[in-house]
Unconditional design. Structure first.
Length: 197
């Protein structure tokens, strides 16, 4: 049976960097699952790499077909942006693969319910608020059209979305502090190895 690891954490906690580093280490043997989104592509992103970029019409078709595993909709200052996991054949639970996904607590809960609690495992990343703000600001500064208002909205929303109560309600009892990237990745690698062996 396959295992699925879901990386979670507040915005600018380093999820994407950790994900990329883990996937880039061949000895980890992790298979990625590309999520879908209706939000606009950011500078430097490519369709099918970070996300499959789609539109509302296709999203509605997938919902009608019952193929959406989990969906999150965010009312941003630019309109509603949806992020979702689609049952599109990327995940084969009958295989011996180890998959890795980036998601939210809500996504983790739905993926776990869809594929099975014994096969879906949390990787919760945490970083102090000051570091997150600096990282988020640096990321927006590097964009051709920075979206500072959206950055602020996300930061504030994350305080509620990733509250200690919500983390505890999902029985997530291990957290990985990303104050030192290499040390954090080493701890995550050890955790993954422990779970799958």
């Amino acid at each position: 049976m396959a295992d699925i690891f879901v990386i979670m954490g507040k915005s600018s906690s380093g999820k994407d960097t950790i994900f990329s580093r883990l996937v880039g280490q061949a000895d980890c043997g992790l298979k990625t699952v590309t999520m879908y989104t209706t939000r606009p592509m950011r500078d430097g992103e490519a369709d099918g790499r970070e996300y499959f970029f789609t539109d509302e019409e296709h999203c509605a078709q997938y919902e009608e077909q019952g193929r959406i595993v989990e969906l999150r909709a965010y009312n941003t200052v630019y309109g509603v942006w949806k992020y979702f996991t689609l049952d599109d054949g990327q995940i084969d639970m009958d295989s011996k693969e180890t998959y890795i996904i980036i998601g939210t607590l809500e996504a983790y809960d739905k993926i776990r319910n869809y594929y099975g609690k014994d096969r879906v495992h949390p990787i919760y990343i945490e970083v102090d608020a000051k570091t997150r703000i600096h990282r988020a600001l640096a990321r927006e500064d590097s964009q051709k059209n920075p979206k500072y208002a959206e950055m602020c909205r996300r930061f504030l929303a994350d305080e509620d979305d990733f509250s200690d109560d919500k983390i505890a309600a999902l029985d997530i009892d291990i957290r990985f502090n990303n104050d030192d990237l290499d040390r954090c990745i080493d701890k995550i690698r050890a955790y993954i190895a422990d779970v799958i062996n």
